[in-house]
Ligand binder design. Structure first.
Ligand SMILES: [Mn+2]
Length: 282
């Protein structure tokens, strides 16, 4: 299996960031299948589109700002390996960047990371709140399933635009802050970013469902919804959050078989690099 092009060390111990693929969509109810192909596809596209050959040497089209970080690609793991492997990663204070798979995987990652970090400040990018409570342990109940391991007051949802009534009721019940694409249209990305940065706690985890982005930029997702975030606004916000420091991130729900010319996988590759390069930079 190809490694993501941003991987620059073969030594796990030396690395600051660990890329992990989790090609599992067993807890998705989406009509579109195929998110399990994303860890392979995003790595493949990263090597085709984010790198350049000059006189037989490969160089990266790296982000414009931010310094190089040590990145290790762990390869793919199964759902049942998540707890053990994330224990190992957090024991050595490395930052996991996970590629799904369906969004339910985030539940297992957060529950594992919370053992080390305590309550997580969750930044949840998604078109859908994933806050169903009448069913549990699937891709529509992630926020409900991690409630005991997140600090609601410092958590936030971004990009939400198609909640079910039950999810709206839960958002109101727990007083979870939500920023919709219209909020960004009205206030501007800079003001929205500042208010998010002021809200976040010390242990920030970014869960990134690719369907938060407008289908014009990210058509290859399992449940697309029109009127999403622009790719530039999204990455600007991600970079500003990453600068503060994160304990982990995931990129979920990319669905390569519904993509248009791999543009969603290319955006996913860029997002991963922008977050890594910006991370901890002041
Ligand atoms: Mn989701």
């Amino acid at each position: 299996m190809e490694k993501i092009c941003w991987a620059n060390t073969d030594d796990f111990e030396q690395s600051e960031f660990v890329i992990i693929g989790i090609p599992d969509e067993s807890q998705s109810h989406a009509l579109r299948k195929g998110t399990e192909e994303a860890p392979f596809k995003i790595r493949q596209i990263s090597n085709l589109r984010d790198s350049f050959e000059r006189d037989g040497k490969i160089s990266l089209g790296r982000p414009f700002q931010g310094s190089e970080k040590k990145v290790y690609d762990f390869g793919n793991i199964t759902r049942s390996q998540i707890e053990n492997i994330y224990d190992k990663i957090s024991a050595s204070s490395k930052i996991p960047i996970s590629i799904g798979g369906d969004h339910s995987i985030t539940r297992q990652i957060i529950n594992a990371l919370a053992k080390k970090h305590g309550k997580i400040s969750l930044v949840y990018f998604d078109a859908h709140p994933d806050f169903v409570s009448s069913m549990t342990n699937y891709y529509g109940s992630v926020v409900n399933d991690v409630l005991s391991n997140i600090e609601i007051i410092s958590s936030i949802q971004i990009g939400i635009r198609t909640p079910e009534q039950e999810e709206l009721d839960n958002i109101n019940k727990f007083n979870l802050e939500v920023i919709t694409p219209f909020d960004i249209q009205e206030q501007g990305i800079k003001q929205v970013t500042n208010s998010i940065l002021n809200k976040l706690g010390d242990k920030v985890y970014i869960s990134f469902d690719m369907d938060c982005v407008d289908p014009a930029y990210a058509p290859g997702v399992s449940v697309p919804v029109p009127m999403g975030l622009s790719s530039t606004d999204t990455v600007y916000l991600l970079k500003e959050i990453a600068k503060k420091g994160i304990v982990g991130m995931d990129v979920m729900e990319v669905c390569p078989s519904f993509d248009v010319k791999d543009r969603t996988s290319h955006l996913a590759s860029r997002i991963i690099s922008e977050v890594i390069y910006s991370s901890g930079e002041t």
